[in-house]
Design a protein around this ligand. Sequence first.
Ligand SMILES: [Zn+2]
Length: 95
Amino acid sequence: MKVWNATASRMRCMATMRVLQTYLDGALDEVAARRVAEHLEDCRRCGLEAEVYQEIKTALGEQDRTVDPRAIERLRHFGEQLARGDASAHGDHGA
Ligand SMILES: [Zn+2]
C-alpha cells in the first residue's frame, strides 16, 4: 500500500478532470497524456468518469443516440464534489 496524500490525490483528480476531454480528443501533449493515463489506471473514480466521457462522446458522435442527461449531471456533481473537497467522504467504501 503506497502512502497516498489525500490532498495531492484530489488535486490530481481535479487536474485530470480538467484535461480529460482534451485527452480523450487525443489533443493533449504526450507527457500530459501519459500522466492522465497513469492517473486513470490508479484512480478508479477518475477511470469511471473517463468512461462516462467516452460514452458521451460516442453518443454525440452518433446522431441517433441521445446523451443521457443523468451522465452529464453526474459529471457536474462529481466536479462539484471535488471542488468542495468531500469526494473522498464516500469514495472508498463501496464494493
Ligand atoms: Zn482521480
